[in-house]
Design a protein around this ligand. Structure first.
Ligand SMILES: NC(=O)c1ccc[n+]([C@@H]2O[C@H](COP(=O)([O-])OP(=O)(O)OC[C@H]3O[C@@H](n4cnc5c(N)ncnc54)[C@H](O)[C@@H]3O)[C@@H](O)[C@H]2O)c1
Length: 335
């Protein structure tokens, strides 16, 4: 049997995690990786035993006989490699957010029309057992009608300093909440009112964002986002979701009180969503990757479409617009 041949475009933090997940499958061939950083490519190709590397994704797409491509370039740089791969009928997994503007997202969606490849939007929380569990409880009616949501995703300033040139906290972290909350509640977010503070880094993009939001079904929510917590305090994401219904509630938070590690310099949890066990990646990303490979093999259909990801992008853009215009924004008016 011919193994699906996969390439990764963008081999930074997330691209490497995808590489680790793919390399843990004996039924996948990773023939090539692509990044603009040649030294990184050289090192990764040796470490992960990937035969070929390319500095230009068009070269990789034309020279390698790829069945599937993972796109993990920075937030605003998904469009060009995605469209190039879609036009060649490749199956693609495109990292969240699919794009940072509606124009780019619409161009990607338009390029998929009439094309054969499966397209999965990489909203990894759909594959996280905790978020999946809450979704099941809500869908099965176990908490009654949802009336209130609290969602939170925060990280330390180290993340801002690593990524602020390319993106902002609303696109990088907030997009997860903008995607997962409506999915779990089963009702779109229709209105947002957001405020931000810019004091910690003073770079013109938000440090802390507080959002009041409303769902189509009347449920109300509060969202908190930040990537300006003190350095090293919370090594990985500090995230929560609480969903309250008329007959019960569900919640999850991370870091949880289980498996906490302290030293005199650091505090973190040993578990995180991409924990490695026996040097193999586990958790939500592995679940996502397996789903994608099943889509490539024709066994599954992508559970998160570009249209779903487009809706999340509209919520994120409405939050930005609300901060800028200092007023409540109808998500349909996001631009
Ligand atoms: N699903 C998740 O849970 C999750 C988690 C983290 C990041 N992400 C997403 O993954 C994407 C990458 O994030 P990251 O944290 O790995 O960023 P990163 O900056 O660490 O990595 C991006 C990589 O893309 C490379 N690159 C830039 N332009 C390129 C081009 N034209 N061709 C090839 N490579 C190019 C850069 O050199 C870099 O190595 C983002 O869209 C981000 O939002 C998703």
């Amino acid at each position: 049997m011919k193994l699906p041949n996969v390439g990764v475009i963008g081999c930074g933090v997330m691209g490497v995690r995808h590489l680790q997940a793919l390399k843990s499958f004996p039924f996948v061939n990773v023939s090539s990786i692509c990044d603009i950083d040649e030294r990184r490519l050289q090192q990764l190709s040796v470490e992960y035993k990937v035969p070929k590397y390319y500095k230009n994704y068009n070269d990789m797409l034309s020279k390698e006989n790829l069945d599937a491509v993972i796109i993990a370039t920075p937030d605003g740089l998904h469009k060009d490699p995605a469209i190039a791969a879609i036009r060649l009928d490749k199956n693609i997994l495109i990292e969240k957010p699919i794009a940072t503007t509606l124009e780019d997202a619409e161009a990607i969606i338009k390029a998929t029309r009439g094309r054969k490849g499966a397209v999965l939007a990489g909203h990894t929380l759909h594959f996280d057992h905790r978020y999946w569990g809450i979704k099941q409880m809500v869908s099965e009616g176990k908490i009654g009608n949802v009336v209130s949501v609290y969602s939170r995703r925060c990280n330390s300033i180290d993340q801002a300093e690593r990524l602020e040139k390319f993106t902002d906290v609303i696109m990088y972290l907030g997009i997860h909440e903008a995607d997962i909350v409506p999915w779990i509640v089963g009702s779109p977010i229709t209105k947002v009112y957001a405020k931000a503070s810019f004091i910690v880094r003073n770079k013109g993009d938000p440090d802390f964002v507080k959002v009041l939001f409303e769902h189509d079904n009347g449920a109300l929510g509060v969202m908190e986002l930040s990537w300006s917590y003190p350095s090293g305090q919370i090594v990985f994401q500090n995230s929560s979701l609480e969903v309250v219904g008329t007959a019960g509630m569900c919640s999850t938070s991370f870091p949880s009180t289980e498996l906490i590690f302290f030293s005199n310099k650091q505090y973190s949890t040993i578990y995180h969503p991409f924990t490695r066990i026996y040097n193999k990646i586990t958790g939500s990303l592995l679940n996502e990757e397996l789903h994608f490979i099943n889509c490539v093999a024709g066994n599954d259909k992508p559970v998160i479409s570009l249209e779903d990801a487009y809706k999340a992008l509209k919520v994120a853009l409405a939050i930005k617009k609300s901060i800028k215009e200092k007023r409540e924004i109808n998500v349909n008016d996001a631009e």
